[in-house]
Design a binder for this molecule. Structure first.
Ligand code: NDP
Length: 241
């Protein structure tokens, strides 16, 4: 029986991953920060698949937030997978116009927190299991004029995927990453640019933004036995960008 923990699992890409894994029979622990209404809606959608699901609020930039998630998972049973998905961009601006405390907060949410989640994951998994880190196409594009520091955090998480994947391979744990490109979620509007997806879509080689479900498909494959020989690498799901 699969038991998977998805951080940021109640909205956007994380919610699509939750629905996709629920359809395959995974029990789920879904982390979120503050949006309890989205959490309740996603839990209901997941439970409709006949699996167990709990949503756990908490800030992943705190030790308590991470501990609460893994404690909830331990109550449900033996953890088999973790999707390290929660992330945030707080503003679109050149680095010189981004306040220092916001740079720190961005690194904290998008790099330090996922490293500590991955650390807790490989401890909880013991022998076997899968960790999927959600990074970003930004990690290789650099995101000039938008969020260079976020891109750097995501590049760091790709390297964590490589290093940790090699570190735990002998325990049968696979660590992989999915790097989404431009995906139609609320992230762009909440960062202050609701038109971004529509404006940028024509620049994507496939001519459109991706849907959260298209990222979820890649995550589900990486978590499955079909990907049993894939580890310590990043799969780009970015329409060619
Ligand atoms: P959303 O903004 O739609 O959802 C983000 C989720 O992360 C929410 O569930 C949110 O909780 C949670 N979260 C944010 N900050 C924290 C925190 N401090 N502690 C705990 N949970 C937190 O984002 P997306 O679905 O678009 O993005 C998901 C991942 O994909 C992120 O890592 C993002 O960087 C990455 N990505 C997204 C792309 C895109 O174009 N959308 C492109 C490339 C990568 P709450 O609901 O309570 O706010």
């Amino acid at each position: 029986m699969a038991l998977t923990l998805v951080t940021g699992g109640t909205r956007g890409i994380g919610a699509a991953v939750a629905a996709r894994l629920a359809a395959e029979g995974h029990d789920l622990v879904l982390g979120y920060h503050r949006d309890a209404a989205s959490a309740a809606a996603t839990v209901a959608a997941v439970e409709a698949h006949g699996v167990r699901c709990v949503a756990v609020p908490g800030d992943l930039t705190t030790d308590a937030g991470i501990a609460a998630l893994f404690a909830a998972a331990a109550e449900l049973g033996e953890l088999t997978g973790v999707v390290n998905n929660a992330g945030a961009t707080y503003r679109f601006a050149p680095l010189a116009d981004t306040p220092a405390d916001e740079v720190r907060r961005t690194i904290d949410v998008n790099l330090t927190a996922p490293i500590l989640v991955a650390r807790a994951a490989v401890t909880a998994l013991g022998r076997g299991g899968v960790v999927v880190n959600i990074t970003s196409g930004a990690a290789t594009l650099g995101s000039p004029g938008e969020y260079v520091h976020y891109a750097a955090a995501k590049a760091g998480l790709d390297l964590v995927t490589r290093g940790l994947g090699l570190e735990v391979a002998e325990r049968g744990i696979r660590v992989v990453a999915v790097a989404p490109g431009l995906i139609a979620t609320d992230l762009h509007a909440t960062t202050g640019d609701p038109e971004r997806v529509e404006r940028m879509a024509p620049q994507i080689p496939l001519g459109r933004a991706g849907q959260p479900e298209e990222v979820a498909e890649a995550v589900a494959w990486l978590m499955s036995e079909q990907a049993s020989y894939v580890t310590a690498t990043t799969l780009r799901v970015a329409g060619g960008r």
